[in-house]
Design a protein around this ligand. Sequence first.
Ligand code: NAD
Length: 353
Amino acid sequence: MKIIVIPGDGIGPETMSVAIDALEIVDKKFNLGLDLQHDIAGHDSLKKYGTTIHEGLLESVKSADGLILGPMATYDFKDESKGEINPSKFFRKSLDLFANIRPAKTYPGSGTQYKPLDLVVVRENTEGFYADRNVESGGSEMLITPDVVVSLRRITRPCCERIARAAFELAMTRKKHVTIVHKANVLRIGDGMFIDACHAVAREFPEVVVDDVIVDAMMAHVVRAPERYDVIVTTNMFGDILSDLTAELAGSLGLAASINAGTHYGMAQAAHGSAPDIAGQNIANPFSQVISASMLLAWYGQRKNKPAFIEASKALNEAVAQAIAAGEATRDVGGRLGTKETGQALSARLLKN
Ligand code: NAD
């Protein structure tokens, strides 16, 4: 499996280094034959090539079996004409990575004060309110007069149906329960169509129980009674916001793993950003990056019917869970170690397990 690895901005290089060490260990242990090829994007690339996405990078990623993208300092990249392309958007749009799968699971020992949860947010990743990706070219946010801005939201039936199908297929491997999160009381036409499309797909999965919740109420319900939810399917921006909340309820944004999957490509990327407030301090939690990489192995193993990749993914998840329970983790999840030391302890555990 050829994987392009891009460390990203801010805390990216610190957390990615831990993920790479962990991958190299499971590669040997499970005889995976990983070919990790290192590249750059974001600030490193802007400095070196004058653009956040250098020439040839997309082709290189397309020729690989997967991409691990570190967190990007998206907010810094404002002007595409100056080479400041948002790399996360670039890969999601160019590779049509329509399903952003964001699990949130409470790990014993993580010190969270909230109720235990184990759910997955399935977020549509290519349209909705995201003005940088919901039109063929250019952006869909317009300055009409110096004081008037119009931002368009795009919702299409095929995109609703494919994200719904991803959610229902996932639900069949879990508790067979899908919750549709929407704002159809206000966005009647767009979210009305989203709900309709989800129910149409639901008919293909008669064993799955379906309900729906309005997004604002969901923010309260998921805090108060997270045990009610298993797979949550929603549009782009609601999923982006809800998944940060569920990650924090599970213990920390530092556990927020995700995979961005399309029909042909998969990209592992932690759900959080580049965390400039803690970058370079050896305190960032690397587990979001490790679990994201693990999700990519599982995704590949399922597609190619290669059980060793699924076993390797399980081994990584198990080692992370044990590390958190043992306090061999960063402070945000109740541990006592720095990023690097957390990585060393995880490597030792993976070798020993
Ligand atoms: P952020 O997600 O980077 O950080 C939010 C808070 O969570 C911060 O206090 C941070 O210290 C903490 N945090 C994040 N990851 C952590 C980790 N692994 N361990 C411990 N604590 C962690 O959000 P932000 O500060 O609003 O954004 C910073 C930059 O990241 C911005 O440029 C933003 O646009 C970008 N961003 C990128 C992505 C992405 O690449 N997928 C996602 C979100 C934000």
